[in-house]
Design a protein around this ligand. Structure first.
Ligand SMILES: [Zn+2]
Length: 299
C-alpha cells in the first residue's frame, strides 16, 4: 500500500512537471525540424518509459529480470539495452510486442541473442509470415484473448480487443499500478495519424469504449514528442474516442448534405475544438479523406 502511494505521488509529480531524465543521442539529421533523441524516464517502482524520437516503450525491472516492450528498431534496441544496463545487470527475460507493425517491433535480435522469450498476439505470427523482417524475431509465446506475464513478483497483463489498428494490437496493463501502455490507438492531444494507415475507424472507436471500462488511472502512450509527459491521466482514452466520433460525425454530416468530393471535404470540414491538438492543420485533411473513404467505400 505504501509503495503504491509512493508510486502515485511520483506519477502525479510527473504529470505536473514532466521530468525527463537521462541523456540525448548526438543529434542526427532532423526530420521536420525534430531531431532524433532519446530519454529514459523513471516512473517509479522499477517501471521506466524509454523514448526515441516520437516513439515510446516501457520496461519493467524486477528482482528476477527485465520485461521489455516494443524494441522499435535495431539501432534503438541497442540503445535501449545500454539504458537498461545503466539500471540493472539482470537479464532481459521477456520482450512483448504491442502489434505487428515494423516501426515498433523491429530490432529485438539483441534481446533474442541473450535468451529473451518473445510474446505477442497470435496474429503477429501470421502477419510477420506475410511481411517477414530479418530484424524482427518471431514470437515464442502467442495468445488469443489475454495473457499475463509474471516475473519477480510483478505482473503485466496483455489484452486483445479485436481488430482496430491491424489485427494483433494488445493493450498492456500493470494491475497494481493501474497503468495502461497503449500503442498507436491512443496518442494524447494529437489528431489521428495522417491517413490513418491500417486503422479501422469503427473498430477503433469500439475498442476505445471497451478500454475505457478497464480498471486504470494512467496511460503511457506509444507515441508522443519530447515535450509531452511520459504518463497521462486515464481521460486521454475518452478524449481520443470523442475526437474520432467528432471527426466521423463532421465528415458524415458534410456528405449527407451533398458533398462527396474528398478534395472539397478536406478543405471545408473543420473541427475547431481540436485546433490546439498536435498536427491539427497538417493531418486533419488526411484524417478527413480517410473517413470519406470509410463512408464512400464501406471500410
Ligand atoms: Zn502501428
Amino acid at each position: 500500500m505504501k509503495r503504491l502511494f509512493i508510486l502515485s505521488a511520483f506519477v502525479v509529480g510527473l504529470l505536473l512537471s514532466s521530468i525527463a531524465t537521462a541523456s540525448n543521442f548526438p543529434t542526427e539529421e532532423p526530420v521536420g525540424g525534430e531531431p532524433f533523441g532519446y530519454s529514459t524516464t523513471n516512473i517509479g517502482d522499477g517501471l521506466y518509459v524509454f523514448r526515441w524520437w516520437v516513439y515510446r516503450n516501457i520496461f519493467l525491472v524486477t528482482d528476477e529480470g527485465v520485461i521489455v516492450t516494443d524494441p522499435i528498431n535495431p539501432k534503438v534496441a541497442n540503445q535501449l539495452l545500454s539504458e537498461i544496463r545503466k539500471i540493472t545487470d539482470k537479464p532481459v527475460k521477456y520482450v512483448v510486442y504491442s502489434h505487428n507493425h515494423h516501426d515498433h517491433i523491429s530490432g529485438g535480435k539483441v534481446f533474442k541473442d541473450q535468451g529473451a522469450t518473445f510474446i505477442a498476439h497470435k496474429n503477429v505470427l501470421k502477419e510477420l509470415g506475410d511481411h517477414p523482417s530479418p530484424v524482427t524475431p518471431l514470437p515464442d509465446i502467442t495468445f488469443e484473448d489475454e495473457y499475463t506475464v509474471q516475473l519477480g513478483g510483478r505482473t503485466l497483463e496483455l489484452k486483445y480487443f479485436g481488430p482496430n489498428h491491424g489485427e494483433s494490437l494488445v493493450v498492456m496493463r500493470l494491475p497494481k499500478e493501474k497503468i495502461l501502455f497503449i500503442v498507436d490507438i491512443v496518442t494524447p492531444r494529437r489528431v489521428a495519424f495522417r491517413t490513418m494507415p491500417d486503422f479501422w475507424p469503427d473498430e477503433w472507436i469500439r475498442s476505445l469504449k471497451e478500454i475505457e471500462q478497464m480498471d486504470f488511472d494512467y496511460v503511457i502512450s506509444g507515441h508522443g514528442p519530447e515535450t509531452q509527459p511520459a504518463i497521462d491521466p486515464a481521460s486521454v482514452v475518452e478524449e481520443q474516442r470523442v475526437y474520432l466520433e467528432d471527426l466521423m460525425a463532421a465528415v458524415k454530416k458534410a456528405m449527407d448534405s451533398g458533398s462527396h468530393n474528398p478534395d472539397v471535404l478536406r478543405k471545408t470540414v473543420k473541427l475547431p475544438k481540436y485546433e490546439n491538438w498536435q498536427y491539427y492543420k497538417e493531418w486533419l485533411p488526411m484524417n478527413i479523406e480517410r473517413i470519406w473513404a470509410y463512408y464512400h467505400m464501406g471500410w
